[in-house]
Design a protein around this ligand. Structure first.
Ligand code: NAD
Length: 482
């Protein structure tokens, strides 16, 4: 029985209930976590509020030291954390290790910024007066995290929030609380004072709702679906709470006729099927120039057919199961809709059956061509291992189709022509554009979606702006005696 963290103590919920955390590959229970209530969330918020008075007075360097010491503990515990993550989330162990390392890198990055938060100074703003621009922490911040990358997406909030002097109440996804709780325990071991970071597990509509509506919470960092993000923003408006929203996406990848076809096909296979396609920044629509389309499709299909699906803990597994039954139902319905409208299946297109598959939520990596542009796989976010492929006649056509979406998270273009690459980088309506590169995210670069993919930025020095208030100060001095 895992416990929640409130005020530095590991506790159960007032509800007395626990939620079973299931292994998506086997259908077996991994462990249980408390079913938190609104009162639990309020208690955590009150503890964080009290701890703020102390933590915000620590020097930046001292706060950064705690972050650095925690990073050392992540490395020591990497294998155990990754194994737990695979069991509760489903991803292959190799990807779980990458996620733990990504989390460690993010925390290390913000520890490194510990001496770099700057304000401003305006001399002689008036007669015998100067102005200062200072940065202050916000207070208690909420962090609401989804199940697809439960650890690294929590890290994107912890790094800037703690470094800037805020205290936190974290709500993991109902189905992936276990690794998050272990990770947060390492911060305590590294010397984080009690109450600075609290974790309340349980339903989003109860625990999450309390965090978003509670007036003591000054900001919410939310990662999840666009639908819930919209609700979070509306609720937060009642208390004019700051929000950062990292939401859904439908990233287009454009491959021009002058691209390195083999490298691009490799990037498409990884970019679509990593984490069983359950990534916000996954390639979800592929636009191929007509003249290279057949060659590209042949290479991509060959790669996709070699992807080995299985239990994430089994040696050699490249793709795990979908995270839940409802995720698999959704992807099945989206693929079936495309087939019903005339799409052709080049690979996959169905569940996987047989030994090792029957108890988990497995689905074959799927490629679809001849997909109508109004099919669900083209207009909705496809959060699973299926990729619709479209043919285009020119770059402008590709960009217009790529932008014809409510989403604007990531995007990529493959071309050897600098003019085409520049045009795409400037015109694609997305928070990220990769040029001749796999879709890999960097802590050094700010990231956040355009349009209905989100609001605000995570990563980079820029993220600190979303965890601080900027304040102006005017200082009057006495006239100088001549
Ligand atoms: P979700 O929106 O269902 O849930 C996300 C979190 O919000 C969970 O912790 C959930 O419990 C909580 N929640 C649910 N209802 C709530 C409410 N009323 N108030 C407050 N919190 C509430 O998303 P999900 O299915 O867990 O994650 C998948 C989605 O997340 C996809 O759309 C994906 O694209 C998106 N995502 C975006 C990014 C990004 O950086 N833009 C990264 C990863 C995932």
């Amino acid at each position: 029985m895992a416990q929640m963290l409130i005020g530095g103590e590991w506790v159960g919920s007032r509800s007395g209930d626990y939620i079973e955390v299931m292994n998506p590959a086997t259908g077996e229970a991994v462990d249980t976590a408390p079913r938190g209530t609104a009162e639990d969330a309020r208690e955590a918020i009150n503890n964080a509020h009290e701890a703020f008075a102390v933590w915000s007075e620590w020097t930046q360097a001292r706060r950064a030291d705690v972050l650095r010491r925690t990073v050392a503990l992540f490395h020591t515990n990497e294998k155990e954390l990754a194994t737990l993550l695979t069991k509760e989330q489903g991803k292959p162990l190799r990807e779980a290790i990458l996620e733990i390392r990504r989390f460690a890198h993010t925390i290390e990055y913000y520890a490194g910024l510990g001496k770099n938060i700057r304000g401003g100074y305006i001399p002689q703003i008036d007669e015998n007066k100067y102005g200062l621009i200072i940065k202050r922490p916000l207070g208690v911040v909420g962090a609401i995290v989804p199940w697809n990358f439960p650890v690294s997406l929590m890290g994107n909030k912890i790094g800037p929030a703690l470094l800037a002097g805020n205290t936190m109440v974290i709500k993991p996804a109902e189905t992936t609380p276990l690794t998050d709780l272990r990770v947060v325990g390492l911060f305590l071991e590294a010397g984080l004072p009690k109450g600075v970071m609290n974790v309340v597990t349980g339903p989003g509509s109860v625990v999450g709702q309390e965090i978003v509506s509670n007036a003591k919470v000054r900001k919410v960092g939310f990662t999840g679906s666009t639908d819930v993000g919209r609700r979070v923003m509306a609720t937060a408006a009642q208390t004019i709470k700051r929000v950062t929203l990292e939401l859904g996406g439908s990233d287009p990848m454009i491959v021009c006729d002058d691209a390195d076809i083999d490298e691009a096909a490799k990037a498409a296979a990884v970019g679509r099927f990593f984490n069983c396609g359950q990534a916000c920044l996954a390639i979800k629509r592929l636009y191929l120039f007509d003249s290279i389309a057949d060659d590209f499709i042949a290479r991509l299909t060959a790669r996709v057919k070699k992807l080995r699906v299985g239990n994430g803990l089994a040696e050699g597994t490249m793709i795990g199961p979908l995270h839940s039954q409802s995720q698999r139902d959704e992807i099945e319905a989206q693929v079936q809709d495309a087939i019903d409208r005339g799409a052709k299946v080049l690979a996959g297109g169905d569940r996987l059956h047989g030994e090792g598959f029957d108890d988990g939520h497995f689905y074959a990596p799927t490629l679809l061509t001849d997909v109508p542009e109004d099919a669900r796989v083209a207009t909705e976010e496809v959060f699973g291992p299926a990729l619709p492929i479209f043919r285009v006649g020119s770059l402008d056509e590709a960009i217009a189709k790529a932008n014809d979406s409510i989403y604007g998270l990531g995007s990529s273009i493959w071309t050897s022509d600098l003019t085409r690459a520049t045009r795409a980088a400037e015109r694609l309506e997305a928070g990220y554009t990769w040029i001749n590169s796999a879709q890999i995210i960097y802590d050094e670069l700010p990231f956040g979606g355009f349009k209905q993919s989100g609001y605000g930025k995570e990563h980079g020095i820029e993220a600190l702006d979303y965890y601080t208030e900027t304040k102006s100060v005017v200082v009057a001095t006495k006239p100088q005696q001549q």
